[in-house]
Design a binder for this molecule. Structure first.
Ligand code: HEM
Length: 223
């Protein structure tokens, strides 16, 4: 009797590699966007009553051609990136609730740090997806962007929308950065961990400062 012992490693479907690369590239582009966005909002710290913020927003919304501005281009680009990132990640998540539970149970039982972090990424990412599109809707259905309008929003209750949003985002940024660096072997754990913590704290602190400025900004006519 001939026993076949095929010891060759199972080939990896090329789509798996494409998904990994796509997830990483879209993740890095979103990371760049979100820090760019953080610094844009942070300009509210300069000039009286958000003068620099307003000037930048005006420039951002100036028509380039056919009524299209940088703001429209950013909206389309960011929405497409978020969608692409989510679709790629979701292709790795089991569809059936029973399977999701099983994966969660086994992953937690193993007490494997990187696996648990992946669960955190999926959970925070899922919530951020909802927050991000609600935020884009809120901003783009109420143009122009103006510091005083943002202040009115924060003082009118929007702080309760931004508080969980920026916390989830900070966690997702820190954990996502760490996972990319380790997965692609771009950093050792001893470097990736402190840098990830730094990004988490930095994003949260600056975003809280931004929101505090909006919350405290005096509004014409008073509130
Ligand atoms: C082109 C797209 C975007 C524009 C023009 C924009 C604009 C703004 C503005 C004007 C604010 C100040 C608060 C307010 O007015 O309500 C803000 C805050 C915020 N945005 Fe966006 N946003 C965009 C995309 C995003 C995306 C994609 C995310 C996250 C996935 C995000 C997360 C946040 C967070 C967490 C805050 C509050 C904390 C902070 O000060 O940075 N934004 N955004």
């Amino acid at each position: 009797m001939v026993t076949r012992t095929d010891t060759r490693p199972r080939s990896v479907a090329p789509t798996d590699a494409y998904i990994d690369v796509g997830e990483m590239i879209s993740g890095i582009l979103l990371l760049f966007f979100i820090f760019f966005h953080l610094f844009f909002v942070a300009t509210v710290l300069f000039g009286g009553r958000g003068a620099v913020f307003n000037t930048l927003a005006e420039w951002f919304e100036t028509d380039l051609i056919w009524g299209i501005s940088l703001a429209h281009i950013a909206l389309a680009g960011v929405a497409a990136l978020i969608l692409a990132h989510a679709i790629l990640v979701v292709s790795r998540v089991p569809v059936r609730l029973q399977d999701q539970w099983e994966v969660l149970k086994r992953g937690t039982l193993m007490r494997h740090f990187d696996t648990i972090l992946w669960f955190l990424q999926v959970a925070t990412g899922f919530l951020i997806f909802a927050f991000a599109f609600a935020h884009l809707w809120h901003i783009f259905t109420d143009l122009p962007i103006q510091a005083e309008k943002s202040a009115e929003g924060a003082q009118g209750g929007f702080l309760w929308f931004y508080a969980p949003f920026l916390l989830l985002l900070s966690i997702h940024i820190g954990a996502g950065f760490y996972r990319i660096m380790i997965k692609w072997n771009w950093m050792s754990r001893s470097i990736a961990v402190p840098v990830a913590w730094f990004l988490f704290v930095f994003y949260m602190v600056v975003a809280i400062i931004n929101m505090t400025i909006f919350f405290k900004m005096p509004i014409e006519g008073g509130m």
